[in-house]
Structures are given as C-alpha cells and as structure tokens.
Write a protein that binds this ligand. Structure first.
Ligand SMILES: Cc1ccc(-n2nc(C(C)(C)C)cc2NC(=O)NCCN2CCOCC2)cc1
Length: 400
C-alpha cells in the first residue's frame, strides 16, 4: 500500500485543498455518518480508477485523532486481499487535524443489487452471479478468519461489488461500521436514530453469548445466500432501536419458524446461554409446526446449494460450516463454476442486468463540516454497549 502519513498541508491550486488532494478530481459526497463524510474522487493520472475518500474531522474538544479512525487504519493497513476493501492512502491535515482515508471505490453493493432485482427488474439473480458472489464473499471471509478477524456485522450493504473497470464484478468485503458508533456506554443506539439490522445475527448472539467467533459470520453468509436466492431477507424481524443488545425474542422467533426449535441434542451448549436460562419459558413455550428451510428458498433438499445453505444455518456454532470448508463444497464444483467477474453471466445472449450507479451529491463541497459525537476519553476506551466499532480481532482466548 502506498500509505503515507503525509502531513503536508501546504495548499496550492484550487482553494485551501491540501496538496495530497491535488492528485484527485473530487466528484461529490456519496456517504455520511457520525464517523464523517465519504466523497467520490477520480485519480487525475488514471481516470478509470475511482477512490472513496472518508474524511474524519477532529471534534472541537477532542484530544487528537479519533480512536475509531486509528483502529480502522491499524487494521486495514495489515490487510491485503482481492475480496476485502483496500485502504490506499492515509493523510492527516495538520492545519485542522482532519484525517482522510482513501479506499478503492466500489460502485455497487449487495443491498442495492438485491433491491434492484426485486423492485426494478423483478427477476431473480442468475445462478452464475449468485455462485460467484458467494464464492468471492467466502474467499474474502476465509482470509479474514485466517487472520483472526471476525467481521461481526456482515449484511448485504457491507458487501461491495466493483463497477466498470478492470475489477468489474469483484466482491469487496467492507464494514461501514455505522451501527457500532463509538458512544458512551450508557447512550442507547436509538438516541442518534441509528437503526441496527439484526436479521443476520447468529442465534448464539441473540441468546446472549459473550464472545464473537468466526461462526457468527458464517450464519450471516447463510442469511445472505438465502436472500440472493429469494430476494427477500430470510429472517426479517423488527428493526431494532433502543439500548444495544437487548434480548431479541422476535428475531429468534423468525429463525425458529423457519428452522424449527433448537434442541439440546442438536445444540448441547444452548442451555448455558444467558437468555436461554432467563427466558426459557418465553422461548420454549412457543410451538413451531414443521418448519422447512427448503420450502422458503424453493430448493430440493437434494440440491447441493440447499446442503451448503443448511450447513451455514447450523444452530450449534461449533458444528457450523467454516469459510474454508464451504469453499470446498460440491456446490462450487458443479456448473456453472464461479468466476471473478460475478456480474457478467457466462452464457452469451443471457440478459446482462445493468445496476444503477450510486447517487453522488455534488452540493456538499469537500470542506463540508460534520458534527462528530464527542470522542471518548482514553480511560473508557472499551465502551461496553455496542462494543468497539469495526470488526473484532480475536485474541487467543476466544476460540474461533
Ligand atoms: C473502526 C473500524 C471501522 C471499520 C473497519 N473496517 N473493517 C473492515 C474489514 C477488514 C473487517 C472488512 C473494513 C473496514 N472499513 C471499511 O470498510 N470502511 C469503509 C470503506 N468504504 C468507504 C466508502 O467507499 C468504499 C469503502 C475497521 C475498523
């Protein structure tokens, strides 16, 4: 990576833009959050390359650069994989201590691709595209898990897909980290109106498990795989506001309705989970008639796709298939084989679907001011609620 913590803030040319920015043509804002703003830019010397520039601005009473940004830099600078978002530059503008992260820009994401097929073209995603998207997602995830990184918030909007250009149709796993805002421990998530999607959350987390393991990401991949097949979220519970990590009976109910009740012989460690004990009468009291995953995803139980999906949606996290095992599954050895460009079907003549490009807001200029939440003093670095934003780097203690 050409990471450079260049501090040169001598500005020349257009306005008060720091020199490092001169290499880019800025198009406009493509994202906004409590962390900062994200702008789309093109590299002047290679206009086919688009860059996403994430701008953190130091809060007024802050003491240096935001710890969240530091965490993101420290993690991403170590990462180098085709199917994971790439941090290409880091800059600090010493004039106002604003920090800029430059990423390879991805035009699409799975949330928008699924919505486009459901609401616009009203047709299912072709099997080659589904298999290629899934293979690349598992490939990137296998790399992260092999490096002791658990994503913890995999969902369609965090799975990017490159648009036109030499990486067309390549999947990049990202983490916009919107929901895990670095808040004071007691501040409920809903205070800043951020709604957390828990539709992809593994049952062990919903039942209060304390440690994230890589298996939580594989559950999310199962939910995403089913959603690529049906264009509908598999376990669509209520949108959750309020204090982070409340007991989510409604979400568990959605899971049990499809997969049936977990049992002790299926999941021996289930009884040790906090909420299972505390709320056993609420959960166990309900009866679930014969559920059936195959009827929800319209796959025959003999179809390798169904076999792989059911292994991703295994209740017991220790029995759940790993990314490495999934990549070896029969599903990826049968026609159509997965490819690097997931957006171009292999059969000539098959209708290629063109996805809309991300809207760019050209009214906000790059100096746009943003209001960051006050950053935490160092002492309470490990905020309890909602946890630290971004992925979880596993220590040797938590068994994957
Ligand atoms: C505190 C913290 C927050 C996020 C991360 N993080 N982690 C990841 C992994 C490696 C797990 C996929 C990616 C990111 N950051 C972004 O994706 N950032 C978004 C990059 N986007 C910006 C818009 O354009 C596309 C790339 C780490 C730590």
């Amino acid at each position: 990576n050409s990471n450079s913590m260049s501090g040169n803030n001598n500005t020349s040319g257009n306005g008060n833009r720091p020199e490092w920015l001169q290499q880019y043509d800025l198009n406009g804002k493509i994202g906004e959050g409590t962390y900062g703003l994200v702008f789309l830019a093109r590299i002047k010397s290679n206009r086919s390359k688009s860059i996403a520039i994430k701008k953190f601005k130091q809060s007024k009473d802050g003491d240096g650069v935001s710890p969240t940004a530091i965490r993101e830099i420290m993690l991403l600078r170590e990462i180098n994989h085709e199917n994971v978002v790439r941090l290409v530059n880091v800059h600090i503008n010493h004039a106002d201590m604003s920090l800029y992260l430059a990423f390879d820009y991805a035009e699409h994401d799975l949330y928008e691709i699924i919505r486009h097929h459901r609401d616009k073209v009203n047709q299912s995603i072709n099997q080659y595209t589904i298999k290629s998207l899934l293979w690349q997602l598992l490939n990137g995830l296998n790399y992260l898990h092999s490096n002791w990184i658990v994503h913890r918030d995999l969902k369609p909007s965090n799975i990017l897909v490159m648009g036109e250009g030499e990486e067309h149709g390549v999947v990049k796993i990202a983490d916009f980290g919107l929901a895990r805002i670095y808040q004071s421990p007691l501040k409920a998530l809903s205070d800043n109106g951020v709604v957390v999607t828990i539709w992809y959350r593994a049952p062990e987390l919903l039942l209060g498990a304390k440690h994230y393991t890589s298996a939580v990401d594989m559950w999310a991949v199962g939910c995403i795989f089913a959603e690529l097949l049906t264009l509908k979220p598999l376990f669509q519970g209520q949108e959750v506001k309020g204090t982070p990590n409340p007991f989510q009976l409604d979400q568990l109910d959605k899971i049990f309705k499809v997969l049936g009740h977990p049992t002790q012989e299926k999941w021996p460690t289930l009884v040790n989970l906090p909420h299972w004990q505390a709320d056993v009468q609420q959960i166990q009291g309900r009866k679930y008639d014969n559920a059936g995953l195959y009827s929800v995803v319209h796959l025959s139980p003999k179809n390798p796709a169904y076999d792989l999906l059911s292994k991703m949606l295994e209740y017991d996290p220790r029995k759940r298939i790993t990314a490495a095992q999934a990549l070896e599954h029969e599903y990826f050895r049968m026609e159509p084989l997965p490819g690097r460009n997931a957006l171009v079907p292999p059969l000539p003549g098959e209708k290629v679907v063109n996805y809309p490009n991300r809207p760019v807001d050209t009214t906000t200029d790059f100096e746009g001011t943003i209001s960051l939440q006050p950053s935490q003093p160092a002492s309470s670095g490990n905020a309890v609620s909602g946890g630290m934003p971004g992925p979880h780097v596993m220590t040797t203690r938590s068994v994957p």
